[in-house]
Ligand binder design. Structure first.
Ligand SMILES: Nc1nc2c(c(=O)[nH]1)N[C@H]1C(S)=C(S)[C@@H](COP(=O)(O)O)O[C@H]1N2
Ligand SMILES: [Mo]
Length: 223
């Protein structure tokens, strides 16, 4: 009789443990990112909002799938490659800076960017001496180019966050080039490839339509 009671208790407890193990949700590896609100003040500076951008992309917003995404490094390099989102974000030093984007249409936004240094990607790619420009390719077919020395000289970053939140699809997820001191059309969004080229007269989407190839702020943007 005693044994029967003991057995019932033991079996009952065992059943409860098994049920708990199956039913209670467990933590997956890594951390779960909860939606956070964007930073609007940074070191005494007022920042613009993500919502202050005007939507004027050539083919509308692009929705890039993080799991199948690859960044293609190609052209005049010893070490071409195809990198996942995590390989870019997790395997590189992170940098932050506040930089204003100015569109030729007359609006601007001041944003806190976080990203990886393009020079780190250049160093990994090991460009040949013939490589003079980097051509950025994007998910919507957009391209734009900048001289290879521009990135080191200006500590240019390729951003994955703006105002402390992951860049939303409409604003260029997964990566946007923070082309400091250049007009907005040099700030490639939805970057899918960086091609190293010798063609210093290469013209991107807007450059080919008459906008200056240097894209320098302050210079006349119409050639
Ligand atoms: N892939 C891609 N990147 C792009 C563009 C675009 O159409 N496609 N437009 C450029 C222009 S003209 C500006 S001003 C900035 C900011 O664009 P947004 O306000 O549409 O985000 O993105 C730049 N990068
Ligand atoms: Mo623009």
């Amino acid at each position: 009789m005693r044994i029967a009671v003991l057995l019932t208790i033991v079996l009952g407890l065992l059943g409860a443990f098994i049920a708990a193990a199956v039913l209670i949700p467990r933590h997956k590896a890594g951390s779960v990112q909860l939606p956070s609100s964007e930073v609007r003040d940074y070191q005494g500076q007022k920042l613009s909002s993500i919502n202050d951008f005007e939507e004027n992309s050539i083919n509308g917003p692009q929705y890039v799938d993080k799991d199948t995404y690859r960044l293609e490094i190609s052209g005049l390099v010893a070490n071409p490659g195809s990198y996942t989102y995590d390989q870019i974000v997790d395997n590189h030093q992170h940098y932050q800076k506040v930089v204003a984007l100015n569109c030729v249409e007359g609006w601007s936004v001041n944003i806190l960017w976080e990203g990886v240094l393009v020079q780190d990607l250049i160093d990994e790619a090991q460009p040949s001496p013939d490589a003079r420009v980097l051509i950025f390719h994007a998910a919507d077919g957009y391209t734009t180019s900048l001289p290879i020395e521009y990135f080191r000289d200006n500590n240019i970053i390729m951003a994955y966050k703006m105002n402390g939140v992951t860049i939303p699809p409409e604003r260029g997820f997964p990566f946007m080039l923070v082309a400091e001191s250049k007009w907005g059309y040099k700030w490639a969004k939805w970057i899918t490839g960086i091609e190293f080229s010798s063609d210093i007269s290469y013209k991107g989407y807007w450059e080919d339509r008459g906008y200056s190839n240097s894209g320098d702020l302050g210079s006349n943007f119409i050639q």
